[in-house]
Ligand binder design. Structure first.
Ligand code: AMP
Length: 559
């Protein structure tokens, strides 16, 4: 990777002033428009919390539109740490974040001012706030001379500031305890963004359709900062809506240059888009051919991550659009460290090779006394630079460890949690079990929730889910281990049926499973739900859900 120092997004904007940065329901916003508003807001932040203050945490509650980017850049221009908050979270959770990060100020759009009041109430103290009136959302197309711009920028931090300062805090979903604030420095963000620009060959000609949550690494780093670093355009949709996304994919009312070239989603988004496709475009051959031709002519790449992409979704998407989805793997703490290369084989169920700058170890940990650093044995080690087809014949399973400039600094105010997640020699323990197989990595799942230990076997719940989703009567499913006296854990599955009016024949289902899976991985406990409790990223909190689903809960029925 080219070594060019740390330049945060609002500074890179200077190279693309006339280009459209964001297209949202209020219009098209140029890089200049967003930058000027961001500097105005950064001055408001400084006068509110003090000119001398540095590196304070600033929460912001904005819709998915240009005001989100304005707020993020304003925090950076003023030298503070941006803490994006999701307006769909309840006030109590938002209150927890605000208290935990000790926010000095909250920025909120006018439409979220009531929510802001509710958050203030739960926190029990009046935190300073700035409300962005509706005019902040409008396009203004200001004209400034280069001299005026230079003097406006004089009020912001000098470039050297960003080499050693912190940029953003994103909260983990808290599956195993209270959510933790993942602190990312400007250096971390720079590394995470630049490795993806290289891997996915981003250029200013790109146009991305963005419908991901913006309090999560996928939405902020991959789908927003990547385009903004290269002068590309981002079509920001207010929320995920299958109909609106298809309309953007197939929009004929824009010039060729404005047509989307890129899409990123979590697997459930692809499934929902396919359901909409079936009911809207799938009925006639003419429509099907039209969709396939439009998408495959305009789109350069479509990417999935944040959870395992089921193979049936990969194949259905290919049949509908002609595009083979690129799968990638990442975490809030490290960014996207593994991806199928654009020119490489698109092997469903696999997440490809290391991203530039990333070093990878697969390891086996020995149990060690509480409080001491666990010892581990290295099973396999590689990096982007070393990676080559020489590895074609290795097959190794281990816990995934990561090192590189992309790895986060620490969990905010949680030194013990931070220490626990790093080995004595400085590698980050992802908590995921991974298999290296014939040149590509495959994610077996989270050790805490997806790896089921039954009768001496280590079973990947993700593998079973992928099989089950290939059954024509199953629309959705989740698999996990539940305690069992004989086996340690037994494999349990919760299904959502494709036709909720019908039931499923358990004996036939088990037979179907045995024809496709090793006998010891066929679930022995089954439940039916009408819907799974998935979060905005499409993930089920398995630890919590397992307790509910297998406790004779009225929402479920036993098979
Ligand atoms: P988050 O930090 O919320 O993005 O969650 C990170 C976790 O999501 C990882 O530790 C994995 O367990 C899971 N994950 C991310 N990408 C994938 C993928 N492509 N396949 C399977 N699991 C994934």
């Amino acid at each position: 990777m080219e070594n060019r120092g740390i330049i945060p997004a609002h500074r890179i904007a200077l190279q693309h002033l006339d280009r459209v940065a964001i297209k949202d329901s209020h219009g098209s916003h140029t890089y200049l428009d967003v930058l000027l508003k961001a500097i105005k807001l950064s001055n408001m932040i400084k006068s509110s919390i003090g000119l001398e203050k540095n590196q304070e945490r600033i929460g912001f509650l904005c819709p998915n539109d240009s005001t989100y980017v304005i707020s993020q850049w304003a925090c950076w221009a003023a030298g503070h740490i941006a803490v994006p908050l999701s307006p769909v979270h309840p006030p109590s959770l938002l209150g927890y974040y605000v208290k935990d990060c000790d926010a000095a100020l909250i920025i909120a759009s006018q439409s979220h001012s009531q929510l802001l009041n509710a958050v203030q109430e739960t926190v029990g103290q009046d935190i300073k706030s700035v409300i962005l009136e509706e005019s902040w959302q409008q396009t203004i197309n200001q004209n400034v001379t280069p001299t005026q711009l230079k003097s406006i920028l004089c009020d912001t931090k000098p470039m050297e500031f960003y080499h050693n300062s912190d940029a953003m805090m994103l909260y983990t979903s808290g599956t195993t305890g209270k959510p933790k604030g993942v602190l990312l420095s400007h250096k971390n963000i720079d590394a995470q963004v630049r490795m993806l620009i290289e891997v996915w060959e981003w250029s200013k000609k790109d146009v991305i359709v963005h419908a991901l949550p913006l309090h999560h690494t996928h939405g902020v780093i991959n789908a927003l900062l990547c385009p903004l670093y290269v002068g590309a355009s981002c079509i920001m949709l207010p929320k995920f809506d299958s109909k609106a996304i298809w309309e953007n994919f197939l929009n004929t009312n824009v010039s060729q240059e404005e047509k989307p070239t890129l899409f990123m989603g979590v697997p459930t988004m692809y499934s929902k888009l396919l359901s909409h496709y079936d009911s809207t475009y799938g009925e006639t051959q003419r429509k099907r051919e039209y969709v396939k031709a439009s998408i495959s002519n305009n789109f350069r790449v479509m990417i999935s991550g944040s959870a395992a992409l089921p193979e049936p979704v990969f194949y259905k998407w290919k049949a509908a659009t002609g595009i083979e989805i690129v799968e990638r793997y990442g975490m809030t703490e490290i960014g996207s460290v593994l991806s199928i290369p654009l020119e490489g084989e698109r092997r469903p169920g696999y997440v490809g090779v290391p991203s530039p700058g990333v070093s990878i170890r697969l390891a086996e940990f020995q149990s060690s006394p509480l409080g001491s650093k666990a010892n581990y044995q290295i099973l396999f080690e590689t990096s982007y630079d070393q990676f080559s087809k020489d590895y074609a014949n290795d097959k190794v399973v281990g816990d995934l460890l990561i090192k590189g400039p992309n790895v986060f600094k620490c969990y905010w105010n949680k030194p013990e949690a931070t220490a626990k997640d790093f080995t004595a020699d400085g590698w980050f323990r992802t908590g995921d079990s991974v298999q290296f197989d014939n040149g590509y990595f495959k994610i077996l799942g989270r050790l805490s929730a997806d790896i089921i230990k039954s009768g001496g076997f280590k079973i990947s719940a993700l593998e079973i889910e992928t099989h089950l989703l290939g059954h024509p009567e199953i629309a959705d499913c989740t698999v996990f281990g539940i305690p069992d006296v004989t086996w340690g854990q037994k494999v349990a599955a919760v299904l959502v049926l494709a036709n909720p009016e019908m039931s499923i024949d358990l004996i036939a289902l088990k037979q179907w499973c045995k024809e496709r899976m090793a006998p010891y991985i066929v679930p022995s406990e089954w439940r039916i739900y009408s819907e799974l409790p998935r979060n905005a990223l499409g993930k089920v909190n398995k630890v919590e859900f397992a307790k509910v689903a297998f406790n004779n809960n009225p929402g479920s029925s036993k098979l």
